[in-house]
Design a protein around this ligand. Structure first.
Ligand code: URA
Length: 236
């Protein structure tokens, strides 16, 4: 069995530099499988390793895949400027290990946001070639009309996009539309609604690929670990 030293394992999980991890271990703040380990060079098989740091339990994860129910008033950037960042809703080690949002939601958009430190996963989900659908529920200022739906389905031209952008659209009530987008252009839903003569007053993302926000049962601001296959089944 291949083992890795405990300081390296902790560093990989976002608990600080190698030196900081060594100091934490030597100070007696780290347990593995319920037993205190004070030698930083003690070797363990990282796969599925259960450990605790300052009494808080963790399981080793080579890569992190997180679903967050984003509340309004948070920015997706790792260096937010006007509002708190979504990273402040997650444990500190996630930031240190380089977790980032997969695409962005506006600060006032709520709902399903994925975060990861797996570059291939982020790329695959963001790639226009993969056509991963994203489902939004948009509230409109003006009542929804047949003409609005037809226009969004035919495609609307946004000034910096070469081709018209289309959405699959379903009316939920007088002021609410469900829209499925396959791209993730800047302010896409809001700009499409504005270009079609209406105005978006609230926006919530309710699904990405096969993963629905409802299935996760997350409170506002709550998060959970997910598996990539919950979002994107492997190509056959
Ligand atoms: N479209 C928007 O306009 N805003 C979002 O946050 C996401 C999609």
């Amino acid at each position: 069995m291949k083992t890795t030293s405990l300081d390296k394992i902790l560093q990989s999980q976002g608990f600080g530099t190698r030196r900081e991890c060594r100091e934490m271990i030597q100070a007696g703040f780290v347990c593995v499988g319920g037993e205190l380990v004070s030698r930083y060079d003690a070797g363990f098989d990282p796969e599925g390793l259960e450990f605790s740091v300052h009494g808080e339990p963790w399981t080793y994860r080579e890569k992190l895949y997180i679903a967050l129910n984003k509340p309004s008033g948070y920015e997706c950037s790792r260096k937010p400027s006007h509002h708190p960042g979504v990273m402040s809703l997650l444990p500190d080690p996630f930031l240190l290990r380089g977790v980032q949002a997969v695409g962005r939601l506006d600060h006032d958009t709520t709902g399903l946001l994925l975060l990861s430190d797996d570059g291939a996963f982020i790329h695959a989900l963001s790639s226009p070639k993969r056509h991963v659908p994203k489902l939004y529920v948009a509230t409109t200022a003006e009542p929804v009309t047949e003409a609005l739906i037809a226009q969004l389905q035919r495609g609307v031209k946004l000034h910096d996009e070469p081709a018209p952008l289309k959405a699959e659209v379903r009316q939920l009530d007088k002021h609410t539309l469900e829209m499925v987008l396959e791209q993730g252009k800047y302010h896409q839903v809001k700009r499409m609604l504005a270009a079609a003569g209406n105005h978006c007053t609230a926006l919530r993302r309710t699904a990405i690929g096969d993963l629905t926000l409802d299935s996760l049962g997350l409170a506002d601001g709550g998060w959970s670990y997910i598996e990539p296959a919950q979002v994107m089944p492997k190509p056959a």
